[in-house]
Design a protein around this ligand. Structure first.
Ligand code: ADP
Ligand code: MG
Length: 219
C-alpha cells in the first residue's frame, strides 16, 4: 500500500546550512498493517510521517501510495490523497478549541469537495463519534473535554472521510497510562476494521500493541 524507496529529506536552515533529516529511508507498509515507528527524539519520525501524509516535500527518492508516486503529482492531487486516503492524529490533538466537536469533525467533510446535506453530515459525524465511543459529546465545545476525549475527537476527525490509512504521531504522548491504553485499543479496533495504522511512539507498551516495530536512527 505504501512504498518508501531511498528517500532523503533535507531541511534548509539558511545559507549553506542544511540538515539531513532522512538519510536513504526505505520501508514497505502493507495493506492492513499495524506498524509502530520508534526512535530517539530528533531521529526523523515526524518528518517521515509528514512526507507520507503529503504535508511536506522530499528531494530524493520515491513514495508510492496505492501505486501513486506522491513526489511526482500536482499539489491538487496531493491534497486529494491527504483528504481521501489518509487520516492524521497528533500528540497535541490539533483541534480548534473554541469550536464544537461537530465543527471540528466537519472540517474534512468540507474539504472533501463533496456536497453533503446537513443531515448526511450529521449522520457521518455521529457514526465517526460512535466508532470512538463519544457520540454524546457531539455539540460540546472542545475546550470542555478531557485529554482522552479530545484525542477521541481527533481520531473521529481522522476517520470521518473513511481513509484507508491512519498516521498517528505520538498519539498517547500527552495522556496518562490508563487513557493511553484506551486510545491504543481504539487504534487496534480500527486495524481490525481493515485500516492500515502507522503509529509513532516512545512508549514500548504502545509499540508492543502493534504487529510490527521499526526503529529509525539518525534519519
Ligand atoms: P522526531 O519526530 O523523531 O523527534 P523530527 O522528524 O521532528 O524528529 O526531526 C528530525 C530532525 O530534523 C531534528 O533534528 C529536527 O531538529 C530537524 N527538523 C525537524 N523539522 C525541521 C524544520 N522545519 N526545519 C529544520 N529542521 C527541522
Ligand atoms: Mg516527532
Amino acid at each position: 500500500m505504501i512504498k518508501i524507496k531511498n528517500v532523503y529529506k533535507t531541511y534548509n536552515l539558511g545559507m549553506k546550512n542544511q540538515f539531513l533529516a532522512l538519510n536513504n529511508i526505505s520501508l514497505d507498509i502493507k495493506d492492513n498493517d499495524m506498524l509502530a515507528i520508534i526512535g530517539a527524539s530528533g531521529s526523523g519520525k515526524s518528518t517521515l510521517i509528514h512526507l507520507i501524509a503529503c504535508i511536506d516535500y522530499f528531494e530524493k527518492g520515491d513514495i508510492f501510495i496505492d501505486d501513486i508516486n506522491i513526489g511526482k503529482i500536482s499539489e491538487k492531487q496531493r491534497s486529494e490523497i491527504r483528504n481521501k486516503k489518509i487520516g492524521i492524529v497528533f500528540q497535541d490533538f490539533a483541534l480548534i478549541e473554541d469550536a464544537s466537536v461537530y465543527d471540528n469533525i466537519e472540517l474534512p467533510l468540507l474539504l472533501s469537495g463533496k456536497h453533503y446535506s446537513s443531515k448526511t453530515k450529521r449522520k457521518l459525524i455521529t457514526e465517526a463519534l460512535q466508532n470512538v465511543g463519544i457520540e454524546e459529546l457531539i455539540d460540546k465545545p472542545v475546550s470542555q473535554l478531557s485529554g482522552g476525549q479530545k484525542q477521541r475527537v481527533a481520531i473521529a476527525r481522522a476517520i470521518v472521510n473513511e481513509p484507508s490509512v491512519i498516521l498517528a504521531d505520538e498519539p498517547t504522548g500527552a495522556l496518562d497510562s490508563k487513557t493511553s491504553s484506551e486510545i491504543i485499543n481504539l487504534f487496534s479496533m480500527l486495524h481490525n476494521q481493515g485500516k492500515t495504522i502507522v503509529l509513532i511512539t516512545h512508549d514500548m507498551y504502545v509499540a508492543n500493541c502493534c504487529e510490527r516495530i521499526v526503529e529509525i536512527k539518525d534519519g
